[in-house]
Design a protein around this ligand. Structure first.
Ligand SMILES: Nc1ncnc2c1ncn2[C@@H]1O[C@H](COP(=O)(O)OP(=O)(O)OP(=O)(O)O)[C@@H](O)[C@H]1O
Ligand SMILES: Cc1ncc(CO)c(N)n1
Length: 280
């Protein structure tokens, strides 16, 4: 039997806190073999993004085709897709080559507020890619954009939008509440609450909110932890609720560790190297 293999399809972040670099560290922390196809080169640090250079769509397709004709991938995470052509390249490969359960993090804006995807991405992502995936993990502003609504301002609105998005696309939704104002998040005092909606109904997954500026790449880390955990499972439908609980516990430890790393001068990275137990 081969090792569990997870694939990330994402952009590069030279500062190592987000994107492909964060995903591969997260896969390693979950004792999963990591593969990576790069969709864009960014120039960024913990303070912001200074340039985005999309990889040509045909080159993205070529990376995936070449990889998937040889390597069996047990789960995939999709992150930054810089333009609609790259979205379509990923769609076309995924239609013909199985890559395990797919977690889609619909990246639009970095923690620093800089845009990472052009406006044409939203329609292609929502109409062409979303129906093919097994879990979508928008943050509050991204859910607003996908629904064409104002971003949620409290937990009740997050629950409503997660249900609406699930109703429209039929794909399990994990709507992340990290952006909710601490006074309005409603998940309980000092908590950061995410909302999972799938066939099992609505589940709120909350953890204590850690008081730290080092939150660069939390979304990337959560979605790659979910793909890593999915890659370790037997084939078949993924019960997302226990995986979300596990991934949040991992992220919580990584946030605690990141608070002491002292990397960069802006929103520092989380400490990915929190090794979780090997699969049984
Ligand atoms: N200070 C915090 N303490 C604990 N958990 C947090 C904190 N900030 C964010 N989270 C959690 O981190 C995960 C990512 O949430 P967030 O809403 O920030 O996503 P994102 O905006 O996609 O992340 P990114 O910063 O990578 O763009 C969620 O599970 C959220 O609840
Ligand atoms: C490459 C990349 N992907 C995703 C994010 C979102 O955090 C980022 N900052 N950079």
């Amino acid at each position: 039997m081969s090792a569990a293999v997870a694939l990330t399809i994402a952009g590069s972040d030279p500062s190592g806190g987000a994107g492909v670099q964060a995903d591969l560290k997260t896969f390693a922390a979950h004792r999963v073999y990591g593969c990576a196809a790069i969709t864009a080169l960014t120039a960024q640090n913990t303070r912001g993004v200074t340039a985005v250079h999309p990889v040509p769509a045909a080159v993205v397709a070529g990376q995936l085709e070449t990889l998937l004709t040889d390597v069996t991938v047990h789960a995939t995470k999709i992150g930054m897709l810089p333009d609609a052509d790259v979205v379509r390249a990923v769609v076309s490969v995924l239609r013909s080559r199985p890559a395990g359960p797919v977690v889609l993090d619909p990246v639009m804006v970095a923690t620093s507020g800089d845009r990472l995807a052009g406006p044409d991405v939203v329609t292609a992502l929502r109409d062409e890619l979303l129906p093919l995936v097994d879990l979508v993990t928008p943050n509050v502003p991204e859910a607003g954009v996908l629904l064409g609504e104002r971003p949620a301002e409290d937990l009740a609105a997050v629950i409503r939008q997660a249900q609406t998005l699930y109703g429209r696309c039929g794909v399990p939704v994990l709507l992340k509440g990290g952006h909710l104002d601490a006074d309005h998040h409603g998940g309980g005092p000092g908590e950061s609450a995410d909302v999972l909606v799938d066939t099992a109904g609505v589940r709120i997954v909350a953890r204590d909110r850690i008081d730290t500026p080092a939150t660069h790449g939390t979304g990337c880390t959560l979605s790659s932890a979910l793909a890593a955990l999915a890659s370790r499972r037997p084939p078949g439908p993924v019960p997302w609720a226990p995986l979300v609980e596990e991934a949040r516990s991992y992220l919580q430890e990584a946030l605690r560790r990141g608070a002491g790393l002292g990397i960069g001068h802006g929103h520092g990275p989380v400490g990915h190297q929190v090794y979780v137990a090997a699969p049984d």
